[in-house]
Design a protein around this ligand. Structure first.
Ligand SMILES: Nc1ncnc2c1ncn2[C@@H]1O[C@H](COP(=O)(O)OP(=O)(O)OP(=O)(O)O)[C@@H](O)[C@H]1O
Length: 307
């Protein structure tokens, strides 16, 4: 893939990179740092394993960038796949820093201070609202009601879970629980959501960067399905990776009053969204993780008298 990165750079900047280094990769892409002999000197190139995602991420990064308190990479350009380079590519600014989701040797209080900054930024996004309603960025006719918007999305996620179940990749109990929960979606989402908030969609500490000396949060990357939604849809990610060490959800809930049915919605969002990712990225579900998420949802459904 490094050769494709060089080709993207050469085509756009008319010079070959001095070096190309792999930075990482996840469900949907592979990320590289290209060093150039001239400005902008360092360019991050993300190659996407599936078409369409680069343009989506560009739109999402541009909107998040304009409303963020923390640095976000500027998008330099997007290149759609063709016979020369078979991957969609997004070129963006390199942000200095180390991954906040790694092993951070820091006192509890210092971790919490960094966590507070991460939460300030998230709240700024959540306070960025679309008066037109819920849905994708630039949706021509956003939905006035969150549940009407989310019911359709969760229905699509359920179909994806069913495909995983029918191909033997998802436990029957998990799929049946999702099916039952979906049937009762009106009872789960019984409180209207007042604001169509901008969400990042993947706000966990793996997507946050810290300065080398750990003194500040140096950036946020990698939104996914960033859109105007129920702000609480962003929150299950706060407990992912080492988010609890930064006290992320705890601090968010001290700043923003969570809804009465938050715990129930949180488990629903997590299970349905995670299964969608496994399906879309063609990755086999991690059985114990999914079982744990399903059990958490089952407990909440019982607690709320829904099953
Ligand atoms: N703009 C950037 N500046 C500095 N480092 C970056 C930048 N973008 C990505 N990285 C590094 O590359 C790694 C992988 O990036 P990213 O999270 O976007 O890709 P991914 O995990 O492949 O994404 P996805 O979850 O969409 O598959 C990050 O953890 C980070 O260390």
């Amino acid at each position: 893939m490094e050769a494709y990165v060089s080709a993207v750079i050469e085509e756009h900047y008319h010079t070959l990179p001095l070096s190309v280094k792999a930075l990482g990769g996840g469900f949907y892409g592979r990320v590289f740092l290209a060093v150039l002999p001239e400005a902008p000197f360092r360019v991050v190139i993300k190659l996407y394993l599936y078409p369409g995602l680069a343009l989506q991420e560009e739109t999402q990064l541009n909107l998040l960038h304009s409303t963020a308190l923390l640095p976000m990479p500027k998008v330099y350009f997007v290149r759609v796949n063709d016979s020369l380079i078979p991957y969609d590519a997004l070129a963006m600014e390199f942000l200095e820093g180390i991954n906040a989701g790694g092993e951070i040797r820091f006192s509890k209080e210092d971790m919490k201070k960094l966590g507070a900054v991460m939460i300030d930024n998230l709240i700024a996004w959540h306070n960025t609202c679309n008066p037109g309603g819920f849905g994708k960025i630039n949706a021509p006719s956003p939905e006035k009601d969150w549940l009407s918007c989310y019911r359709r999305k969760a229905g699509e996620d359920l179909k994806k879970a069913e495909l995983l179940y029918r191909s033997g990749k998802l436990e029957k109990d998990v799929f049946f629980l999702m099916d039952r929960a979906y049937e009762r979606i009106d009872d789960i989402f019984y409180l209207p959501v007042a604001k169509a908030s901008l969400i990042h969609g993947d706000y966990n500490t793996w997507n946050l960067l810290l300065s080398e000396d750990l003194s500040r949060v140096s950036g946020v990357i990698d939104p996914f399905n960033c859109c105007f939604a129920d702000a609480e849809m962003d929150l299950y990610q706060l407990d992912n990776a080492n988010g609890r060490d930064y006290g992320l959800l705890e601090q968010y809930s001290q700043r923003v009053r969570l809804s009465e049915n938050f715990a129930l919605k949180n488990c629903f969002y997590e299970l349905f969204t995670e299964l969608m990712h496994y399906h879309d990225a063609h990755v086999d579900p991690i059985v114990p993780r999914v079982a744990e998420e399903a059990e958490a949802l089952r407990i909440q459904l019982v607690r709320f008298g829904i099953i």
